[in-house]
Design a protein around this ligand. Sequence first.
Ligand code: WTA
Length: 690
Amino acid sequence: MAETNDHSVANGALLFDPPSNLQNEAHVKSMQQYQKMYKQSIEDPETFWREISAQFYWKSPPTGKFFEYNFDVGKGPISIKWMAGAKTNICYNMLDRHIANGLGDKVAFYWEGNDPNDFGKVTYSELLARVCKFSNVLKNLGISRGDRVAIYMPMILDLSVAMLACARIGAIHSIVFAGYSSESLAERILDATCSAIITADGVWRGTKLLNLKKIVDDALKICDEKGHRVEKCVVVRHLSPSDEVVKTNVNGDIEEEPEACRPSRKLKINWQAGRDIWWHEMMTSVSTECEPEWMDAEDPLFMLYTSGSTGKPKGVLHTIGGYMLYTATTFKFVFDYQPEDVYWCTADVGWITGHSYVTYGPLGNGATGLIFEGTPFYPDAGRFWEIVDKYRVTKFYTAPTAIRALMKFGDDFVNKYKRDSLKILGTVGEPINPEAWLWYYRVVGNSKCAIVDTFWQTETGGHVLTPLPGATPTKPGSATFPFFGVIPALLTEEGKVIEGPGEGYLVFKQPWPSLMRTVYGNQERFETTYFKKFPGYYCTGDGAKRDEDGYIWITGRIDDMVNVSGHLLSTAEVESALITHKNVAEAASVSHPHSIKGECIYCFVTLKQGAEYTNDLVTELKNIVRAKIGPFAQPDFLQNAPALPKTRSGKIMRRILRKIAVGDRNLGDTSTLADESVIDVLFQNRPNNA
Ligand code: WTA
């Protein structure tokens, strides 16, 4: 359809109708149908989700109520339960169930390596065999139901195998993005008291070789020092050519690994006998069969750490039954899943998007997915589209930061490829600016694909605000309407509900199946963070506005969090890293707009008496943040702050720092400042590049 007649203007914003070819085959074909299903889902959630649950395998039904919750701190502990007492196994539902339905030979995952000549695939049956083998390995290592297992791995098929094997034996996985530093990894291992870790020797990301084993060694040393011994460290030999993983091309022919993919010998790794074990050695002697452990629907499936505004990461805990129902259902409707789809989500499995929409959501539907190890820019900025053509990807899901970065490289990198298989383009992680939305729609999607801007969080487990591709007319920059079972509300500071158009705190009124159950080991923090401010509601920490047509637009975080390239970080986390430097007396960091990352970190540092602010110091400070958190957290701007703007009670006024960071002298009310003279000094000290 020509671009000129597929959109109109509504209240000043462009409005795009669902592509008509997609609409014909879609599960939900119109707004009327969406509204009808939505109404049922919120008025009678039990019937709605009970019908969906019938598609899954349950060894036995719920023993109590299908759905129970308390959202009101005044009425006792916050609790959320779906299908409690029902027995199931999520790995069984992801693999065995589909194989029993004849999908054994269907490709579960294509794998595309960092090097374009390095690729492979695995069918559902092959994946099950590998998962069973690794389940047996875990059992042989003494890991059983309820144990926590840390996973620190690159984007390789063994990562999916590891997580599904944990799920099969009832162990709880705690995946840490393999870009976090050893200190961050140690902090997460300690919080969850993991008894084992699974990693790989190393990985190439673009032209960079990362020594993952070294990071894990350092993390385990920290754990040892703090009195927690991780007994076992399973290491995938990823960089060296291995007999165990035979790389094939898309047609299944075995291919010799090109020299380019054999950089292994350059990487030296240490080996601690007794603790460190090669994955491939353990896999040779185990059976390809493993009876799943039958779990309660409300048993934990995994924890995933997310930044908290106090600086200490929170272990967001998800349970088996509800998470399974919701990730599979959102995947089906939001990507309008069809059996012949080749679906690709570019997110790393180390983030929630990778948990829900690389692994569990697609597998829950028996879909064919793609796992990509590399970066969008290697060997060049056309890589995404090259992969889209190579596998004829139909549904594609990425982040606004990637879209903005690729936009800067120009349209030629996109136009070089056909991309004619694409039908739906998804985005997640941060607000997408209309300019990037339109580029995604027009250039990448040739004005023929539906764009789904999906708003959700680690805590929500799956999409909560999102268009449905065959039904929802979209507006660039709006996550549109709630998914089934989700009841959003906008509240004023005082907790008053805003009806109709307006702007406020985005909250949800009742749980859907995959809302987090608690913060691991800290129910109190769970309640304080999400339920104290507005009793009776789950509070997202995001602001949003509703327009005249009822569309919801996320305006961004309203707490002290910074969203750098879709990765949430707390300003407190960065500050506590900075003050570990011997010359730093105090530090304050704020969010600063960034044309590609969306937001970046801007730090103000106050030095101790006699210390000098030099370029070397700036480098050291950046390196401290890299080492303490990870390279992705490195501040873009640092400035010397002889003093910080504070209230008379000593509270740092971040609102003012945010203005100084962008050079905006419109400071608003400064009457509560203890000492106004610091402001001019801070404006003078802004770095030249800010
Ligand atoms: C932001 C990622 C606007 C938001 C799945 C949220 C978004 C935080 C969107 C969660 C979107 C995510 N539009 N903002 N479509 N998606 N966000 O936990 O601030 O890594 O609270 O989960 O990302 O980040 P998290």
